[in-house]
Design a protein around this ligand. Structure first.
Ligand SMILES: [Zn+2]
Length: 76
């Protein structure tokens, strides 16, 4: 799965990249920290990038961890 695919798939489900500026997504800080401390299961790279998405109509938050080295993505 690539960045482009993830954005497209999430867009079809009503999600847009990012988190609200007012920070209703209480999980984000913890998820970001989790990513920073995670190791990629595909290539062993330490430190993953968080890819947050937000559904504005449902006020629903989802986040994925992306490996900056091999591009592997998994939902947190
Ligand atoms: Zn990796």
């Amino acid at each position: 799965m690539t960045d482009f695919d993830l954005d497209n798939i999430m867009a079809q489900e009503g999600y847009i990249p990012g988190v609200p500026a007012w920070g209703v997504t209480g999980d984000y800080d913890g998820d970001a920290e989790l990513c920073t401390n995670s190791t990629c299961q595909m290539c062993g790279h330490k430190g993953l990038d968080i890819r947050p998405f937000f559904d504005w109509s449902a006020q629903n938050y989802k986040a994925f961890a992306e490996c900056p080295q091999c591009g592997s993505i998994k939902e947190i």
